[in-house]
Design a protein around this ligand. Sequence first.
Ligand code: NOJ
Length: 867
Amino acid sequence: MNLQLVTIFILINYCLAVKDYLFKSCNQNGFCHRNRHYANQISLDSNFQSPYYIDFNQIKIDGDKLRGTVLKIGFDVKFPFEISVIENSFRFQLDEIRNPIEHFVNHNRYNETSKWAFNKDLSNDKADYKINDDQILMTYSDNHEVIINLNPIKFTFYYKNEEVLLINDKQFLLVEHQRSIENNKLLPQESSFNMFSDDFKDSKSDKLPLGPESIGLDFTLLGFNNLYGIPEHADSMLLKDTSGKEPYRFYNVDIFEYETDSRLPMYGSIPLLTAVKKDVSIGIFWVNSADSYIDIKKGKDSTIHWISENGILDFIIFIKDTPKEINQVYGKITGFTQLPLLSSLGYHQCRWNYNDIKDVLEVSAKFDEFEIPFDTIWLDIEYADNKKYLTWDPQNFGKPDEMLEVLERTGRNLVAIIDPHIKTGYFVSDAIISKNIGMKDNEDNTYRGHCWPGESIWIDTLNPKSQKFWDDVHKTFMISDNHKNLHLWNDMNEPSVFNGPETSAPKDNIHYGQWEHRSIHNVFGLTYHETTYNSMLSRLPEQRPFILTRSYFSGSQRTAAMWTGDNMSKWEYLKVSIPMILTSNIVGMPFAGADVGGFFGNPSKELLTRWYQAGIWYPFFRAHAHIDSRRREPYLIGEPYTSYIRDAIKLRYSLLPIFYTAFYQASISGSPILKPIFYDYYNSTNSNIFEIEDEFFLGDSGILVKPITDEEANEVEFVLPENEIFYQFTNGIIGDKINSSKFKVGINDIPMLLKGGSIIAKKERYRRSSKLMKHDPYTLIIALNIQGYANGQLYVDDGESIDSEFKMINFEFENGKLSVNSTGDFSLPIEIEKAIIVGANEVDPELGPVTIEDEKLVIKNPRVIIC
Ligand code: NOJ
């Protein structure tokens, strides 16, 4: 190869691969390097005795809380701590008494992550403590006990008298206390790597005004090998052992062209890890918004080493019987996912960019011409005047109100993007500067960096003063209150900074409260989309806002949907989207999707078709493409693929009542919309159940799905839980009880099964959008189990208002009879036009009459079809 060719080859590879040299590995990141080093040294020394201990003399019981101080042998430092019980779960918070410094930065450990992540008004629950010379015995809730060893510190958790969790058993506890470069005494096991400066090439200017401040701790889960959660990573659902490899990292970043099978950080982070075994599930919720890493050592028992760059040490332990109960308690603390607009569960058509109003309306009309339903069309950054968000480009989007009106006629919505980087030199950025509500640099001046519009500043949504300003500019931008069909997309809110270290803001930037960006980095995206949410509410207080966010944290589920960012038009990205979305569901952020078709590149017709067929299962179902990708609206693909895609989208629409019911359940209990098999079958003797990441249930409906994610696949094989019967349900058409879990599939097939014992309600008429389906009747599918029994639920409300009247309908089929009862009150008649019963001939060929116990439920002599 000549030199020129070699250069081209290198460049091509360079451009295709994720630019991982932009991101710090653990070894390059001072605090991670030091904590791993410490853990390694300790693991090599069996005589090591941790210097941290609880001072017996300072322990105080204050109502249901226990307070005390941790000391460190050989060092003059004090770490006050508090133990409490929140939502019947154990919480530990440890701070440090620190001296003021001569710098404008807040010198305390950041303790406000929970302020952003948690629901408001949480109260503490009861706990009892018995204190001995060397131990505290704590009991709380039913069946929970903790023995806290004072020296060395160690927590042993018992659930129903079984020992299930140890904390600091490995003695990895490290709290890097306040110190100066001149007076920096270390333990022999500690490393001093990058304590006061950062030698990573892009963050050399980090002033680290507070020096080293990291925290690290180990958790050993006894008898647990199945670990889940801690998104966002483009990786398997079941967490991997990271010994000798890169740990999982949490640092919300704009990871350009990310790779699959990777523990590199991505756009969001949810620091909840769930461990599941027979009859016990444990959640570890690490309440910290700083850069963090998680090392995992798996075995019969598994050890997690959790490390964060700074902040207080704050974690909550959930111990329950089932993973669903972990969702419930985590949701009570951080909020359940909002019940979304029903229309936001329809299909979203996006690309970067629709060129002008004419283009938008033509796309909308084309969907109708081809009889493909869709609910929402999206505008990416080019709609704004020169990327000055909160303005409309006067040439191409001069009359947005007219566009909204035309879309409204077919019940459709528009979503417009508004990013947190604000171009300098126009009224929005001028006001942010004059009101002093921008993010600051390390000299306390408004920070300037680069993003899509060129030089930009960032609104600091941690500043309470930002809210009113944001409300006002949104009211003007979103035209008049008459347009209820305009919603928003908050992108690039990690925040993405093109010329910043690791594509984000410098860690020594400053936010409201003089907190360093270092401390709040992972929660910044949440503060931004939550401020937008409040602005939307201030404009239309009765309507549920819809916001899509790219960056997220624990608590984001209350106000936004997320998607997995810039994937590629390749089969492996279609495949990984399923475990990624399942993981999001496991950690209580179920309103999740991935760009259908892949963001970068041009998918083959087969890949695009398969992606739509998988995408209809994403709770958030949107096609999106990069500005350089060819147009690929489904009607452009050509037959027979357009028809296959139409069929897939129509199937999604027919299942909207089931999605909506699942969302209602998620909004009150945190239960997943896409539910991994192990959720209901954690007691199965088939240990494979815990690994299945390409198959899932749709909520509690009993619909089991296995999307096709392999090129040229012509066969599918389900892994089925034991002791259940399943009916063939491919493409939503109910068939016979299956005898084999393996069957042939064509390119137009969407493999689905329906579990015996389920009743589901579908809507089968084609309409142009979900709003136009409002009055359509339902078809019930009643799939009986071996005892001839089935049940199911249907949630109905107006689909848009925050306090809508509603009806929750319970269907039950027993002894050959269907009975229907409901709670709530909803004035629109609910009509069931057809009921299909499968499996009945095995139990009771003489079906009894349908019993109606609800006057307002109109069942107009449904046609009953018995198969
Ligand atoms: C990055 C987002 O991930 C992508 O979806 C969007 O199209 C571009 N920003 C442009 O706004």
